[in-house]
Write a protein that binds this ligand. Sequence first.
Ligand code: NAD
Length: 290
Amino acid sequence: MSDSMEISRVVVIGFGTMGTGIAQIFAQTGFEVVAVDLSEDILRKGIEIIISGPFGLKRLLEKGKITESQMQEILSRIKTTTNLIEAARSADFAIEAVFEDLEVKKRVFKELDAHAPRHAILASNTSTLSITALAAVTNRPDKVIGMHFFNPPQVMKLVEIVRGLQTSDETVELAKKLAEKLGKVPVLCKDVPGFIANRIGIIAILEAIRLYEQGVASARDIDTAMKLGYNWPMGPLELADFIGLDILLNISEILYKETGNLAYHPPTILRRLVTAGYLGRKTNRGFYTY
Ligand SMILES: NC(=O)c1ccc[n+]([C@@H]2O[C@H](COP(=O)([O-])OP(=O)(O)OC[C@H]3O[C@@H](n4cnc5c(N)ncnc54)[C@H](O)[C@@H]3O)[C@@H](O)[C@H]2O)c1
């Protein structure tokens, strides 16, 4: 398989925040999608998000971007199952967006490798884990690649294409073309912790948290400074709340461990907020109250 045009059947494993968005954009682009998750209940909720979520199909319908019949066609292209093996058998391209846990992802890649056709490309949406490490548990490391979408995948244009040590040129080209076909802008990156955007962005967010912790300025003023001074659409503390403080803590701990760079060391206030269950927007409280 040498061209993204030849990919028709896509399997998305993990139907949570990212998986639902990724499945939606593939189906909108005309691909046949099979979404896999651990329970029927999660799968049902995922479809509900694709229909009625903040970036879902009903919104596109209301805005006149799709018609009712297009909405039904898009939905008819998304099948769901709890059976990964069955789904893998018909995949041309599989992308996983399961929990950010190396062992969980390795199990998924082993199963995909065992059951997907020989030509199938296996991709990961991991934010922090090594593509080379995932490729190493398969018998097709040349066909394993990172495709790092940003949240929400329906809206965010960027896809970081992450090249593992053994990823072939052909697989890189295919992933780039595929991202473009989905209406995204691919950037190419080596397999390093944090890739490009998080590698830089997380430092800025953590520095904003440190300024807040030290009482240098209020959360509002820190955010205003970056919005007006650097043209950030969201301030760093708003962005932290949007990402989820638990996820931010996890990413910074991994980047600190992997790079030894103190700039990634999580500030105490971040840990305390997470311990208290103030995780940002999703719990209605983080650096701000919603
Ligand atoms: N949330 C973000 O902002 C964001 C952005 C970019 C990348 N990512 C990455 O995307 C991945 C998923 O993140 P998320 O925020 O969507 O997580 P999430 O918790 O919302 O969804 C993960 C889903 O995977 C399912 N799952 C777990 N193990 C599974 C398995 N073995 N088989 C099938 N399904 C399984 C879970 O039931 C859950 O529904 C992670 O690797 C994360 O680093 C997240």
